[in-house]
Design a protein around this ligand. Structure first.
Ligand SMILES: Cc1ncc(C[n+]2csc(CCOP(=O)(O)OP(=O)(O)O)c2C)c(N)n1
Ligand code: SF4
Length: 241
């Protein structure tokens, strides 16, 4: 069987935990950047979180702003360098908790930038605490008995807020099968093309596994996304203008 060559912009091996979804997304993004031939015309703004490590093995221009401030940082980057593709890879904690104001403000202004948000339903890097996306009943390091509505509030589906906004593209995908990886790849490309066409803000949320903090095997983590997480966070394109 022919093996697909790794993207050339990888110069080292990833150090994510085995089965982590961030690694799959790194590969997807690297393939899209190479296929579109835009590696040197792209700057990736990375949030603090496990995902930020891509800079240690991907040969791309990157900036890491303070945690959660990607919406503001992307805005500044695009206004200073409108000639560049300005993207972020962020976690759901960074984009939707501490960064909810920056994320939604950039969307409300329809800034011409692109956000890729990895939703693993926890704060991964800091040990698996409750995130806005943690589902009702889900056990985390800070909710060992499971999230409950009275103490922790409803889980946040940011798409409910964003679907009424005047933005260019909003989609949710996953990485649990070759078909879902292909859908993610198409959504990533489409989001970047929206920016290139000057259409405004795009956000692709990707449901990814965090086997370490979910205390599951990589295989069970993928099943968990298909059987549980994607029932709460529905997959699909919500806005495409
Ligand atoms: C201002 C600030 N507050 C808190 C932290 C601690 N911190 C680092 S990463 C992180 C959360 C990461 O979770 P997420 O964004 O979901 O990304 P993941 O690690 O799951 O990919 C937090 C709270 C920080 N670095 N800076
Ligand atoms: S802690 Fe979770 S999100 Fe972080 S690298 Fe490990 S599996 Fe990935």
């Amino acid at each position: 069987m022919a093996t697909k060559k790794a993207p050339e912009l990888f110069y080292d091996e990833s150090r994510f935990c085995g089965g982590c979804g961030h690694g799959i997304f790194n590969r997807i993004l690297a393939e899209v950047l190479e296929e579109m031939d835009i590696v040197s015309d792209t700057i990736i703004c990375s949030d603090i979180g496990c995902n930020h490590q891509f800079q240690f093995w991907m040969n791309v221009d990157a900036i890491v702003p303070p945690h959660g401030k990607m919406g503001a940082a992307l805005t500044a980057m695009k206004r200073v360098r409108p000639d560049k593709n300005i993207l972020t890879i962020a976690g759901d904690g960074g984009a939707y908790a501490i960064g909810l104001g920056e994320t939604t403000s950039a969307a409300l202004r329809n800034e011409n930038v692109t956000m890729f948000v990895m939703n693993n339903t926890v704060f991964g890097m800091t040990g698996g605490q409750l995130a806005p996306t943690t589902m009702i009943g889900q056990k985390t390091a800070s909710t060992p008995a499971g999230r409950n509505f009275v103490d922790n509030g409803e889980n946040t589906d940011v798409f409910k807020l964003m679907k009424g906004m005047d933005i260019a593209y909003l989609a949710r995908t996953s990485v649990t099968s070759p078909a879902n990886i292909n859908r993610t790849k198409k959504a990533v490309r489409k989001a970047i093309e929206k920016q290139q066409a000057g259409k405004g803000f795009s956000l692709v949320e990707v449901l990814v596994p965090c086997p370490t903090n979910w205390h599951m095997s990589p295989v069970d983590s993928m099943k968990h996304i298909d059987e549980v997480v994607s029932k709460v966070y529905e997959l699909g394109e919500v806005i495409d203008r």
